[in-house]
Design a protein around this ligand. Structure first.
Ligand code: ZN
Length: 119
């Protein structure tokens, strides 16, 4: 009987210590995880899609992650690199060209690349 009590006592101590250690490591790993997540850049870079030429935009020569307007040559931010934003710029800034077909911008794009000599 005495042996059993002693054994369970040591077992209890051992388990308690183990649980504390486990708890501590869990906490520290949680902390480092949240720190890592905070350090990670959350902003995802948008990518230019060839299809965006129908909105009158091409990749900016200086930064391929930014759209450049073929009509006013304005370079928009990377966040504006999505159809809704590009469409809005076209309709707001160049309403007379909003109804133009792809071919108009395709030709304009081709002319720009010819002028730059990079095509
Ligand atoms: Zn424009």
């Amino acid at each position: 009987m005495l042996i059993v009590v002693r054994l369970s006592n040591t077992m209890e101590k051992f388990l308690k210590r183990k649980l504390t250690v486990l708890h501590e490591t869990d906490e520290s790993s949680d902390d480092s995880d949240s720190l890592k997540q905070k350090k990670k850049p959350t902003a995802k870079q948008r990518k230019y899609v060839d299809d965006y030429v129908k909105y009158g935009f091409v990749e900016s020569a200086s930064d391929p992650h930014r759209p450049q307007c073929l009509i006013c040559n304005k370079i928009l931010s990377n966040e504006a690199l999505k159809p809704t934003k590009l469409d809005r710029h076209l309709k707001k800034q160049h309403p007379d060209l909003a109804g133009k077909q792809n071919i108009f911008f395709q030709r304009k794009k081709g002319r720009i690349f010819e002028a730059n000599g990079s095509f």
